[in-house]
Design a binder for this molecule. Structure first.
Ligand SMILES: Cc1cc2nc3c(=O)[nH]c(=O)nc-3n(C[C@H](O)[C@H](O)[C@H](O)COP(=O)(O)OP(=O)(O)OC[C@H]3O[C@@H](n4cnc5c(N)ncnc54)[C@H](O)[C@@H]3O)c2cc1C
Length: 414
């Protein structure tokens, strides 16, 4: 049986960042990383299409956390201690200069995730690959960690950073159900998908109890784009309950009311009575999309504007403000597969609890606040995607991994 001070289960972004921080700040500790794969940091290697979008520009933490459908509130404190600014400084200090793109995403200047990986592998922690953990349990002096090979190790403290996985269910924590997040939608409306390639920005998409704004892309199978990804991410659990079958409402001009659109159409009727309705969109939509909306309003596209009743114009305005698209399933967004779910955040120390513990730490060292330690099993810590935290695309998911890995390391060395 091998003894270590700290065992980190999972050599991904969160686990390896914690290992790197511990190597630097607590070199006296014996740290062992157990990774089930043949190499650590496999996901980081392919992240951002191999370029690794490792964080996102941040002017204000309170705005930054709006990109986290789950975990945003809990991350405010942690980001104030080790957020995007500290992450950028850390990687630059470790030989990874970064560049910020126009959309706010940060990448290594070299355009390759290998630089991020090399910086993290400079750790002096022992890394054991092909070592899958099957069980972790507590004894009086620390923890036992069992590998699927049958080997058993022991240590004083354990950091679980496995992204997910079956063995975490044996740790005594509540696991919020894992469902997909960040996906695109399929539709059965073939006339709509015939418009593939059209982008409209901004639109407002809504589903029962959910709505999101942003650009929308019509695809060969349905809809994609930032508005759709946002809806799928914030509504991950609700949409799963509906089995991804629902009526999506698309407001093509969310900045104008239906009445304002109707008035624009009335003006068009007065200004060009002899022109055909389908030829040109007076509200700035692409002509192919406009024709579809006119057809769905039960108005022939060859009809002249002068021949349109006010009722017909109102029907067209209603299609512009509330087009209904039947959704019959979902698709992966690029190669990114993000799930929400994981260890319930209330059971992990992000904030002091109420009462005596809060009184003790109030005004004291804030390291006691966001320890990332289990509230149920002292000495057990969590970091990264294994927690019920997930985010939109743009570097936010990795930022959560760096932050929680860093804070867990701070507690583990204490
Ligand atoms: C294709 C793709 C591209 C992405 N691109 C980006 C991006 O550009 N920017 C961004 O912010 N996010 C991106 N993400 C999301 C991001 O990669 C994750 O949020 C992040 O890697 C989570 O880090 P983690 O350490 O928590 O988990 P992981 O990176 O999943 O690491 C967990 C590790 O634990 C190991 N493990 C699991 N179970 C066990 C066990 N029982 N015993 C031992 N080891 C175990 C796994 O093999 C893995 O190496 C992308 C995701 C994918 C899939």
């Amino acid at each position: 049986m091998k003894i270590a001070d700290v065992i980190i289960v999972g050599g991904g972004a969160a686990g390896m960042f914690a290992a790197a921080v511990l190597a630097e700040e607590a070199p006296e500790l014996k740290v062992l990383v157990l990774e089930k794969g043949a190499k650590p940091l496999a996901k980081v290697r392919v992240s951002g299409g191999g370029r690794c979008n490792l964080t996102h520009q941040c002017a204000d933490i309170r705005d930054f956390v709006k990109n986290y459908p789950r975990g945003g509130r809990e991350l405010i404190g942690p980001f104030n201690r080790f957020g995007p600014a500290e992450t950028i400084a850390w990687f630059e200090r470790h030989g990874v200069p970064l560049v910020t793109l126009a959309d706010g995403c940060l990448f290594p200047k070299s355009d390759t995730s290998e630089d991020v990986i090399n910086a993290l592998l400079k750790t002096t922690a022992e890394i054991r690959t092909n070592s899958e953990v099957s069980k972790v349990w507590k004894f009086d002096g620390g923890f036992n960690v069992k590998l699927t090979s049958g080997e058993q190790l022991s240590c004083k403290k354990v950091l679980v950073a496995t992204g997910g996985g079956a063995f975490i269910e044996g740790l005594g924590h509540t696991i919020e159900p894992c469902v997909p997040s960040l996906f695109t939608f399929n539709t059965s409306d073939k006339e709509f998908t015939a418009l593939a390639g059209i982008v409209v920005e901004p639109v407002r998409v809504s589903a029962p109890g959910l709505k999101a704004d942003g650009a929308l892309l019509i695809t060969h199978s349905g809809v994609s784009g930032p508005a759709v990804l946002r809806l799928s991410s914030f509504g991950a659990r609700t949409l799963a309950e509906m089995n991804y079958h629902f009526e999506m409402k698309i407001n093509w001009l969310p900045d104008q009311s239906e009445e304002e659109i109707f008035q624009t159409l009335e003006k068009q009727r007065t200004a060009s009575p002899r022109k055909q309705v389908g030829t040109w969109s007076p509200v700035g939509l692409s002509s192919r999309l406009w024709k579809l909306l006119v057809n769905r309003a039960d108005v022939e596209e060859t009809r002249e504007w002068g021949g349109c009743s006010s009722k017909a114009l109102r029907q067209i305005a209603a299609q512009v403000s509330g087009f209904i698209l039947p959704i019959i399933g979902k698709n992966k967004h690029r190669e990114e597969f993000v799930t929400c779910g994981g260890v319930r955040l209330k059971e992990v120390n992000f904030h002091p609890t109420k009462g005596r513990e809060a009184a003790r730490v109030r005004g004291n060292d804030r390291r006691e606040w966001q320890t990332l330690e289990s509230r149920l099993v002292p000495g057990l810590y969590f970091a990264g995607e294994v927690l019920d935290i997930d985010a939109l695309t743009g570097g936010f998911n990795l930022q959560a991994a760096w932050t929680t890995g860093y804070l867990a390391a701070q507690s583990l060395r204490g």
